[in-house]
Ligand binder design. Structure first.
Ligand SMILES: [Zn+2]
Length: 263
């Protein structure tokens, strides 16, 4: 089983892990993938991809999420662990904490968010993040717990009123890149989980102005822990899945009726 790792802000390569790494770009129906790095880790095949591309060239709303996920599928990836930098919606969840989302609220507006533009496929996302991968991460003792990931369109940070709304809706953390990535992975029947690094408090949660520098600083500080967690988790992923993610399209598609085919 091949495992995919999608690196978010501050995680553009993982040279610490990759021995004898090979680099590869895949052409997809949605354009070329970012350069992927292939290597072995704990005897598992691993494909690493930098979500923002090398050098953080792409802002969140311009990332070609479909090309990214398609390319990982093309490489034989069945299970994905992603990293995301997020803001906290609660004072008790501090910069440097790691959170593993179990659900999301999607406030993105302009993104291509499905592979199925020419078929009617309603994929089930009752549990959008793979329960088996989540269990592995939670049981590591390195994360403070689960939570609800709020995804905004960006690239601006949120207003104080928006942050208060997200809190009232039950959000735990807020970021700009978790969607549609999680859904696209489900649409291709891949397991997907996210490790969120809290890099700052959301607007108005703390009195300080938000800057991207503090986001980078916090992710950089947490990087060794995050890389260690990913490495340990790869070694614990069982060869055979016991989760339902790989069967996501079963019962999801509307089959054209004879009448509609005749039209
Ligand atoms: Zn799964």
């Amino acid at each position: 089983m091949t495992i995919g790792i999608i690196g978010g802000t501050g995680i553009y390569e993982i040279v610490e892990l990759g021995e004898d790494a090979e680099k590869k770009v895949v052409e997809t129906p949605y354009g070329p993938s970012p350069e992927m790095i292939l290597f072995k880790l704990h005897d598992r095949e691993v494909v690493f991809m930098s979500r923002h591309e090398v050098g953080h060239a792409n802002p969140p709303h311009m990332i070609n999420y479909r090309a990214n996920i398609w390319a990982l599928k093309e490489m034989g990836v069945e299970r994905i662990m992603a990293t995301n930098a997020v803001g906290s919606l609660d004072l008790s969840i501090r910069p440097g904490d790691l959170v593993v989302p179990h659900d999301f609220l999607d406030f993105t507006r302009m993104r291509k968010s499905t592979f199925y533009d020419d078929r009617v496929v309603h994929v089930d996302v009752t549990e959008p993040y793979c329960p088996e991968l989540r269990d592995i991460l939670i049981s590591s003792g390195q994360v403070i717990g689960e939570g609800i990931y709020i995804c905004t369109e960006g690239p601006r940070f949120e207003t104080a009123a928006e942050i208060q709304m997200y809190r009232r809706l039950g959000g735990t953390v807020v970021g700009m890149t978790g969607l549609p990535e999680a859904v696209l992975a489900r649409e291709l029947e891949m397991c997907y989980t996210s490790i969120c690094t809290v890099s700052n408090y959301g607007a108005s949660i703390s009195p300080d102005k938000l800057t991207i520098d503090e986001v980078f600083e916090e992710v950089e500080k947490k990087r060794p822990v995050l890389i260690g967690l990913i490495s340990d988790s790869v070694s614990k992923i069982p060869e055979n899945c016991s989760c339902p993610c790989g069967d996501a399209l079963n019962g999801a598609e509307v089959k054209p009726t004879l009448e509609s085919e005749d039209l």
